[in-house]
Design a binder for this molecule. Structure first.
Ligand SMILES: Cc1ncc(COP(=O)(O)O)c(C=O)c1O
Length: 394
């Protein structure tokens, strides 16, 4: 028998995708399912962005583009990083346009990892962060980020996990699935730790614009941080552009040189008309306003869930207000069931699609992730059904 790449035996299929497939199948069979499983904005991409893409196609931008990305888009990303985080990235050498945030993460990790290098990743976290590191033959060390510490690792846990083989720390704030982000002081301390031990910090900031209190700080926004920080960002969440597949990696020039080779030899380039639309989205004031309106809608739905939770006073579905992103990580540990069991019962019995917390790591056991990137009506209906189900369980 021909031998397969054995690394894949260490990775499970994405729970999120599997759950989305089941919800589609049940809907196709005529069941009235409220889908609160997927992290995809329910808003349409702002129409002016579509016009920009169409115009670019009509202007003939339907061929290969430069592998680094169109200068116009790299410049727009650089201006955005300067404006939002006061960090200066040279669009010539320190920015690379990617096929979404997931691809930026892949290029970042492939650029710095050698086989057997240890990668520190908080638990819970988005499964792709650890799966990708494993695919690239890294050795993933999960750093507990327990609910009792607001899903942020105790600083001692980073220190405890450190060995002579540690190379990378992966951060994702605001976090999927918990919505949390740490203080500026905490990030500063982590940056000092990374600098002292020659570690890379790979920071996935795709939810940076979705926050409900104080603005989160970028991992790169500290003196000297830029030299060992790899920033991941994308158009997907902020601009409701998940299907366009466009994002960027901002990193030291020597990292970008590797990432460029990896990009050239895997995707060649990102579609140029998509890049034109992304550049337009990053610079157009009316599109910016549209993103603000989406954020307001998420904030309204967040309040809606908090209000219903207050009204229902469940002791079985414990709610912590998310600081950012568009998820609630509901604490259902009082039920003493696994999160997979909880999600299966809820889907079968009351027709709500959710993601089990254990899909994000051991620390997520007993929790479920519910998105608010769905209509107000679905969020309300879905959340009420969850609580009513939980209250009736024997
Ligand atoms: C933390 C995180 N990073 C990246 C992505 C993927 O983003 P993109 O659509 O830009 O690839 C997701 C999508 O859910 C995510 O949750």
């Amino acid at each position: 028998m021909n031998i397969l790449n054995t690394q894949f035996e260490m990775i499970r299929q994405s729970h999120t995708v599997a759950m989305a497939d089941r919800v589609h199948a049940l809907k196709a069979a005529g069941r009235a399912i409220v889908g609160l499983q997927t992290g995809d904005p329910d808003f349409a991409t702002p129409p002016a962005v579509l016009d920009a893409a169409l115009k670019a196609m009509q202007d003939g931008l339907t061929h290969y583009a430069p592998s680094r990305g169109l200068m116009e888009l790299r410049r727009a990303a650089s201006i955005k990083l300067q404006r939002d985080h006061s960090v200066s990235y040279d669009p010539e050498t320190e920015l690379l346009i990617t096929h979404g945030g997931i691809h930026a993460y892949y290029l970042a990790m492939q650029s710095v990892l050698n086989p057997g290098d240890e990668v520190l990743i908080p638990d819970p976290s988005w499964a792709t962060h650890s799966n990708m590191a494993i695919m690239l033959r890294g050795n993933v060390i999960r750093v507990p980020a327990p609910a009792e510490n607001s899903f942020i690792p105790l600083f001692e846990s980073w220190e405890k996990a450190l060995t002579s083989k540690t190379r990378v720390i992966v951060l994702n704030y605001p976090a999927n699935p918990t919505g949390v982000y740490p203080t500026r002081e905490y990030l500063q301390r982590l940056q000092d730790f990374a600098a002292a031990h020659d570690l890379w910090i790979v920071s996935d900031e795709v939810y940076e614009n979705l926050y409900y209190g104080e603005k989160p700080t970028s991992a790169a926004a500290f003196d000297g941080a830029k030299e060992h920080t790899l920033l991941i960002n994308s158009m997907s969440k902020t601009f409701a552009m998940t299907g366009w597949r466009v994002g960027y990696l901002a990193a030291p020039a020597r990292v970008i040189e590797n990432a460029l080779k990896a990009g050239q030899n895997s995707i060649t380039c990102v579609a140029p008309f998509v890049q034109k639309a992304a550049a337009f989205a990053l610079t157009d004031p009316a599109v910016r306003q549209a993103t603000e309106n989406m954020r307001t809608a998420y904030a309204r739905r967040r309040e809606l869930v908090l209000r219903i939770s207050h009204e229902l006073e469940s002791e079985r579905v414990l709610v912590t207000p998310p600081m950012g992103a568009f998820y609630f990580f509901l604490d259902m540990r009082p039920l003493k069931m696994t999160s997979v069991e909880i999600c299966e019962h809820i889907l079968e019995e009351v027709g709500v699609g959710l993601i089990p917390g254990s899909a994000f790591g051991e620390q997520g056991e007993g929790f479920v992730r519910m998105t608010i990137a769905a209509s107000d009506g679905d969020v309300e209906e879905g959340f009420r059904r969850i609580v009513e189900w939980a209250e009736k369980v024997k």
